[in-house]
Write a protein that binds this ligand. Structure first.
Ligand SMILES: C[S@@+](CC[C@H](N)C(=O)[O-])C[C@H]1O[C@@H](n2cnc3c(N)ncnc32)[C@H](O)[C@@H]1O
Length: 235
């Protein structure tokens, strides 16, 4: 993946957390995608659309850019300014209530957002699986706990995250949460290598949330957390 093409968009205005482009870069390096122009990719919880832009450029496919907090009109304006307005369709709404045609997506990507809405067992089977076509690939990169601190997120992270600490789960736990289904061929979860770089680039911005995170990085974020990579292959 050529990061030079997207470096200009990795700014305090566009980033909403640790650099999502780095997280996506690792997901795509480990699990390269070969898509056709008519293939469809769903970017779930895309925020301000940096990952959608990269997916459009890297795969050439049609990207559906879903988000809840960012209005679709704002993302549509950005995509048009970025020259990908024809290729990316903004879809506003809760990832649990999307009215999208079943079986249409070859790929689903979710970077730094899946943990907000998918910690309930059965979510994947009920809400995600119906949207995926045969042989689809799901790539997820989210913040979580290192395996050795499994199950201790509320005890260890509450000072930083308040009542959102429960969302942080380990690679081992995410494998269980995704669960099983006859259409799932394989689920792999791992601790990602991009942690230091993605955090460094985020903390270097003057985004107000980055400034908030800075005071917890050495004492909480770095010792206890990681990014969890998840790849699910559908039969
Ligand atoms: C930390 S931001 C990350 C955004 C983007 N993926 C990125 O990495 O820059 C988390 C995103 O998750 C989205 N989100 C949270 N709950 C959601 C839900 N129920 N459905 C869809 N998106 C959701 C928010 O709208 C927000 O943009």
């Amino acid at each position: 993946m050529n990061m030079v093409n997207v470096k200009e968009y990795m700014t305090a205005d566009i980033l909403m957390g640790p650099n999502s482009a780095r997280i996506l870069e690792e997901l795509l390096a480990k699990h390269p995608l070969q898509l056709k122009r008519e293939s469809r990719v769903l970017d779930l919880g895309c925020g301000k659309g940096l990952t959608s832009l990269i997916l459009a450029k890297e795969t050439g496919a049609k990207v559906y850019a879903n988000d809840l907090w960012i209005p679709a009109e704002d993302n549509a304006k950005r995509f048009s300014e970025w020259g990908v307005g024809e290729q990316i369709l903004p879809v506003h709404g809760d990832a649990s209530e999307l009215s999208l045609d079943e079986g249409q997506f070859s790929v689903l990507v979710s970077v730094d957002s899946y943990h907000y809405f998918a910690t309930k067992e059965g979510y994947f089977q009920e809400k995600i699986l119906p949207l995926l076509g045969d042989e689809a690939v799901v790539l997820i990169g989210i913040p979580g706990m290192k395996d050795e601190y499994d199950g201790r997120s509320e005890e260890l992270l509450s000072e930083w995250l308040g009542n959102e600490a429960y969302m942080f789960r380990s690679p081992k736990e995410w494998k269980e949460i995704i669960g099983r289904h006859e259409r799932i061929e394989k689920t792999e979860t791992w601790e990602m290598s991009c942690f230091d770089l993605a955090w460094k680039e985020w903390l270097a911005t003057d985004n107000e949330y980055a400034m908030g995170d800075r005071q917890f990085f050495e004492t909480i974020i770095k010792p206890y957390t990681c990014f969890v990579g998840i790849c699910i292959r559908i039969k």
